[in-house]
Design a protein around this ligand. Structure first.
Ligand code: ACM
Ligand code: ZN
Length: 651
């Protein structure tokens, strides 16, 4: 070990502070080392690097200036240390102490575009990569090697900022690691979106798919069509049971909604670019288009005036006329104008045009659509949407971009290389793989974060489909590569948050986290590291970090699950939770248990006459999550529930 004469060796400081520092228990360093996603190769060492006031951040290329400034801000805010950024042309100076960010002169093929090497020794921290993206991901790993308080948005008074010693080689399994945020069903401010981008970047998620338009709202300013936001961004306010929202009342104003101006979009894009996140815009067509139609009534086949929907539009597909008329030339004019502005605004390669859940019902009854079918020799209803798809795909290509669509377009004669996003396991994937069509997996049984993530009675109002609860463990256990295919068959995956029932940013965060951590791990980390207990240990260590950023997260994975096992008189109650090591305590007498009540060990028999079990979870001696009251039967079957009278207050 080399000792720097001017300072006490960091290991000694670390030992002193482990022993004497009253606020730094001996476990302080170790638990912070919980990297998520788990790197490809990690070797931890017993020493550490201590950040100092003037630890320099050196770069060997001007291309790294913004990554270095980002790292400086990330570390300076909580530590209060200035950490000056220094550009260095000679490789020699990069060997000095401090943090060095280095683009490799000779590319390392193993690292690809996003991989990096990170070495933390007592004297220096070194991040090396082929591309700035790799250096950026390395800085995010470096951040996770520091104590949790490094997440603070305010200065923290700590005596030391140790970076755990490590040697890491890391690169992603898949290039496409995305989240979808539906900003159409409910609008989220640009600040909310930027906070989400921050959290994504921390976990090496690199695509934010914004579902910008739907029946319930149009969320992007289109300068050539101001009506799209003037009308399409606003609906009458409703709250309660989404499916039962009432239509606009006479004279009622449409006051709920919002949209991003083009300046907002540019700000979001710049924010994302600085974090190596690409924003994928989705403009839904020809279905899910009621907001566009409300603003332009001549674009639907019936041409009737409509309001932007507050709640559900279709109980069954085709019930409502929320589909663009594909026989009307004006449809293509408006679509072309929109695509032109969207293509100009977003620097990414792809533009998503939706295309899911479209019924041909109104096309079949529409003179314009039928005239089109005769003119273009479109035989049968199955040829109508493919005609539209190919036309709009050409519009996208005219702007040098590539279209993406939902899996419905897989047979539409799309150009080779046009990716599809599959959401129903199996159906389109096999065709896409056979055709060599790039695939993005957005599996609705594992990656749809609008679905409840725990026992439904404990969860906030979400989308429980029968058999489609998506627990953290389900997202983690799902391997996105379809059976029989290999990794090269898919670009990657996306976790989708449809927001019909997500009105607030707190709930948006609750639905994403911690499931998006499982997604991030599975899309980055090699399959050979698949290890649920290890993942849960590291996932738990991310939660205080989310707390420090005021990001809400669901406790569902810790909470009790009640199952009945066996038959007849042998039937027993089994309690479990997803997270290994959680303790469950229960009662049968209707009282609320705590850690002094019996702890669950083995399956239980329901005591004679008892009709309910109440269960709570404890993690490392602390109560966690909500109490589950599971009622097995109504003890008074002859007495129907009476409505509870309204409360009377006496003050
Ligand atoms: C979808 O769930 N219809 C994309
Ligand atoms: Zn029509």
């Amino acid at each position: 070990m080399k000792f720097n004469r001017r300072q006490i060796h960091p290991v000694i400081i670390l030992m002193m502070f482990l022993v004497f520092e009253p606020f730094a228990p001996a476990t302080e360093i170790k638990p912070t080392v919980a990297l998520l996603p788990r790197p490809v190769e990690t070797t931890f060492t017993s020493d550490c690097f201590l950040l100092q006031e003037n630890t320099p951040i050196r770069i060997n290329s001007p291309q790294l200036q913004s990554v270095a400034t980002g790292l400086q801000t990330m570390l300076s805010v909580p530590s209060g240390y200035p950490l000056p950024v220094k550009q260095s042309s000679s490789p020699v100076s990069l060997t000095k102490t401090g943090i060095s960010l280095e683009l490799l002169d000779t590319p390392d093929p193993k690292l690809g575009d996003e991989g990096y090497r990170l070495d933390v020794t007592p004297d220096r921290i070194r991040i090396r990569a082929n591309q700035p993206a790799g250096i950026f991901h390395g800085t995010q790993t470096l951040q996770q090697l520091l104590p949790d308080e490094i997440e603070s948005r305010e200065r923290i008074s700590r005596t030391q900022w140790p970076v755990a010693g490590a040697r890491i080689v890391d690169y992603p399994r898949f290039a496409w690691r995305g989240l979808l945020l539906d900003v159409a069903r409910h609008f989220f401010s640009k600040e909310d979106v930027m906070d989400l981008i921050d959290q994504m970047a921390r976990r090496k998620l690199n695509i934010l798919h914004l579902h910008l338009t739907d029946d319930q709202g149009w969320r992007i300013e289109i300068k050539s069509h101001p009506e799209l936001t003037a009308v399409g961004a606003w609906r009458v306010p409703r709250v309660g049971v989404w499916r039962r929202y009432s239509p606009r009342q006479p004279g009622e104003k449409a006051t709920e909604g919002g949209y991003y101006t083009q300046d907002d979009i540019c700000e979001i894009i710049a924010y994302a670019q600085a974090r190596f996140v690409t924003i994928l815009p989705e403009i839904e067509m020809p279905g899910h288009a009621l907001a566009m139609i409300a603003a332009n009534p001549d674009l639907s086949c019936l041409g009737l005036p409509y309001d932007v929907a507050s709640g559900r539009v279709n109980r069954r597909q085709g019930e409502r006329d929320n589909v663009l008329c594909i026989g009307n030339p004006r449809t293509y004019e408006v679509v072309a104008d929109v695509i032109a502005e969207v293509a100009e605004l977003f620097p990414g390669k792809y533009l998503h045009l939706g295309a899911d859940e479209t019924s041909p019902r109104f096309w079949l009854q529409c003179d314009k659509c039928q005239a089109l079918a005769r003119r273009e020799n479109l035989i049968g209803e199955d040829q109508l949407q493919p005609y539209f798809t190919r036309r709009v795909e050409q519009l996208v290509r005219d702007h040098g971009k590539t279209m993406i669509g939902w899996e419905e377009i897989v047979d539409d004669g799309i150009a080779p290389g046009t990716p599809i996003m599959s959401y129903r396991p199996g159906q389109a994937e096999a065709t896409a793989i056979a055709q060599g069509t790039p695939l993005i997996i957005a599996d609705s049984d594992h990656y749809y974060f609008d679905q409840v993530q725990g026992t439904a009675q404990l969860e906030p109002n979400a989308n429980p489909r029968p058999g489609n609860m998506i627990r953290l463990i389900d997202t983690y256990h799902f391997d996105p590569v379809p059976a029989g295919a290999d990794d090269a068959a898919i670009l990657g995956g996306e976790g989708c948050l449809w927001t019909e029932k997500v009105r607030t940013v707190r709930k948006m965060q609750y639905m994403f986290w911690p499931r998006a951590l499982a997604l991030a791990e599975r899309l980055w980390t090699p399959q050979s590291h698949f290890d649920w207990p290890d993942f849960t240990r590291r996932m738990i260590r991310q939660l205080p970090r989310l707390d420090l950023r005021n990001i809400n997260h669901a406790p569902s994975a810790f909470e009790p699950i009640v199952e009945l096992i066996g038959e007849g008189s042998n039937q027993k109650i089994r309690l479990k939770t997803e997270i290994p090591g959680v303790e469950l305590h229960y009662t049968f007498d209707g009282s609320d248990p705590d850690q002094y009540y019996p702890r669950y060990e083995t399956p239980l028999t329901l005591p004679r006459d008892a009709n309910e079990i109440r269960v709570v979870a404890y993690w490392q001696g602390k109560r966690i999550g909500r109490q589950l009251n599971h009622v097995f039967f109504n003890p008074f079957p002859d007495r129907p529930e009476k409505p509870v009278p309204p409360f009377k207050t006496i003050w």
